[in-house]
Design a protein around this ligand. Structure first.
Ligand code: HEM
Ligand code: HEM
Length: 214
């Protein structure tokens, strides 16, 4: 919480920066995820890096939030306060669940057999089969596959089990994304209602405009 010399209340500067940077990455991931068949491959490639960045930012943000409590809510009905609180909590859950299910999904991808690679590249590959490419976040930080999920593929009949796990994580990833969209509709709708209908400076609490005095 930040109480300025003028006695105004708003979220701490760190919380405001983390909020808006995360919001930009989330918007990018929702758009690239929902339209991934339509967007250029080069842009889709950033979906994973952006998603892992959201995971890291959210972990930092939760830590920051524990150390810097939020300012008291604007005056509102108890049910509205409870709802705002619940939606914020669920937003944090979704900001963790979306990247984790995505990471689980790519960890469950079945490596393509060498023959298939040769067919796809239309030329017989001499020597040992190519190693699967190491996934890197923003092309720099290696992103390992999640070990417990890789272990599924090492069991007898592993490829089938891994395919089933991939389908499950894919479905969960999509479901979490839609839950996130629903939560954002409530969240943004609530903020705009306080700002435009109740005429309170709600957005200023998150850094847009001058906050109300205490
Ligand atoms: C992808 C987008 C977004 C995400 C994931 C998100 C997430 C969150 C979360 C988790 C909080 C709670 C902070 C805390 O108490 O720890 C919050 C607060 C807030 N957000 Fe967002 N937000 C997003 C977009 C927006 C947008 C577009 C607006 C403006 C229309 C907005 C306005 C606010 C405001 C005003 C608060 C402070 C609420 C209060 O008065 O306590 N957010 N946001
Ligand atoms: C907050 C973070 C994320 C959001 C909001 C998000 C959102 C989405 C959405 C909306 C889709 C389309 C789902 C569908 O068609 O049903 C999608 C697909 C996908 N996401 Fe994410 N995603 C996030 C993070 C990640 C991460 C971290 C990874 C990987 C490490 C990932 C990997 C994928 C993949 C591989 C697909 C394509 C699935 C398919 O082929 O159908 N996502 N994502």
């Amino acid at each position: 919480m930040e109480a300025t010399a003028a006695g105004r209340l708003r979220y701490s500067r760190g919380a405001i920066i983390l909020h808006w940077v995360t919001a930009l990455f989330v918007l990018f991931n929702l758009v690239t995820g929902l339209f991934h068949h339509a967007i250029p491959k080069g842009i889709w490639a950033f979906h994973v890096s952006s998603g892992i960045t959201i995971l890291a930012l959210t972990l930092i943000r939760i830590l920051w939030r524990v150390m810097h409590p939020r300012p008291p809510y604007l005056p509102m009905a108890a049910w509205q306060r409870a709802m705002a609180h619940g939606v914020h909590f669920l937003l944090y859950c979704a900001l963790l669940a979306a990247p984790l299910t995505g990471w689980a999904m790519i960890s469950a991808s079945v490596p393509r057999p060498a023959m298939q690679v040769a067919v796809d590249t239309a030329a017989p590959q001499p020597g040992p089969p190519p190693k699967p490419r190491q996934m890197r976040v923003w092309g720099v930080i290696p992103l390992p596959k999640l070990a417990p999920i890789v272990a599924i593929g090492e069991q007898p009949g592993g490829a089938e089990k891994l395919r089933a796990a991939h389908a499950t994580f894919e479905a969960r990833h999509g479901a979490v994304a839609w839950i996130l969209i629903g939560l954002l509709a409530l969240h943004i709708g609530g903020a705009l209602k306080h700002q435009l209908i109740d005429r309170r400076r709600a957005l200023a609490r998150m850094g847009i405009g001058r906050p109300e005095p205490v």
